[in-house]
Design a protein around this ligand. Structure first.
Ligand SMILES: NC(=O)c1ccc[n+]([C@@H]2O[C@H](COP(=O)([O-])OP(=O)(O)OC[C@H]3O[C@@H](n4cnc5c(N)ncnc54)[C@H](O)[C@@H]3O)[C@@H](O)[C@H]2O)c1
Length: 256
């Protein structure tokens, strides 16, 4: 049977851990050549090695999404190594210890916005310049969050960054999707068992209270592979008429 991403070239950011790792492995298993990117070289290369040990194809590039030169090089590397770029998954992201507007410093704000919004925006810009001239266009998938749709699933900076990422996604869909051949969709995961929780070293009490009030403690917990399956659908031609959507994958947390 033909693989779902046969002959496709993909970039996945934040590929060294959690959902980015699962997405990279799933894409490669479905026939994509995957350029895996992360700021952490050790875990990044573990992902690459795992893909290659499955007899699939991957290259890696150390990329800090807060560095515009790195972002540019990452997009160019896909074209240099594999000849084109069909799929960009902006997945790398960081949390903000649930800090409220009052307790969010300018440093924290700038850091979270740089990783979660500005870097992905720049990657989209660079990818679109490549994709728009390709006969088959391309697909952009931005890993946002339920925090991109509601007010109390992260701190102020995280919430703003993910709302912004959904806005960029919808803008690309409305322009390059409607009047071109580049589709853009976002995923809004609920709680997923990854390493991101280890960054919650100093949770803000008020921010934490608001999140608890949203039912977070009783929300179902997902696995990275469950999000990878959503990404796989959005990356493949099976979703050819899906453009500008935000796919919630939260086990029903926000349905209640
Ligand atoms: N885990 C959850 O519950 C959850 C829920 C909703 C959304 N998300 C989003 O999913 C995405 C993936 O998160 P995860 O849960 O798999 O986390 P994770 O911490 O397991 O993995 C994130 C990866 O991103 C990398 N990264 C961080 N900053 C980077 C930078 N500046 N440049 C390049 N790489 C960088 C890290 O090194 C890490 O390998 C994030 O955007 C996160 O906001 C997570």
């Amino acid at each position: 049977m033909r693989k779902r991403l046969a002959n496709k070239v993909a970039i996945v950011t934040g590929a060294g851990s959690g959902m980015g790792k699962a997405i990279s492995i799933a894409f490669a298993n479905e026939g994509a050549k995957v350029l895996v990117a992360d700021r952490q070289s050790e875990t990044l290369n573990q992902t690459k090695d795992e893909i290659i040990s499955n007899d699939n194809i991957a290259e890696s590039i150390v990329t800090d999404m807060t560095n515009p030169t790195d972002v540019k090089k990452m997009i160019q590397a896909a074209v240099d190594k594999f000849g084109k770029l069909d799929i960009l998954v902006n997945n790398a992201g960081i949390m903000d210890n649930f800090k409220t507007v009052e307790t969010t410093t300018d440093t924290l704000w700038n850091q979270v916005l740089a990783v979660n919004l500005t870097g992905p925006f720049q990657a989209c810009r660079e990818a679109i310049t490549v994709m728009k001239d390709q006969p088959d266009g391309g697909v952009i998938i931005n890993n946002a969050s339920i925090g991109g749709l509601f007010g109390a699933r992260g701190g102020a900076a995280y919430t703003a960054s993910k709302h912004g990422l959904i806005g960029v996604t919808e803008n690309i869909a409305a322009t390059y999707g409607t009047f071109g051949n580049i589709r853009a969709n976002a995923i809004a995961p609920g709680g997923v068992a990854t390493n991101i929780g280890s960054s919650l070293t100093d949770p803000d009490p008020l921010g934490g209270r608001a999140i608890a009030a949203s039912g977070a403690n009783e929300a179902p917990m997902g696995q990275p592979e469950q999000i990878a399956n959503v990404a796989l659908f959005l990356a493949s031609d099976e979703s050819s008429f899906v453009n500008g959507d935000v796919v919630k994958a939260d086990g029903g947390w926000t349905a209640r």
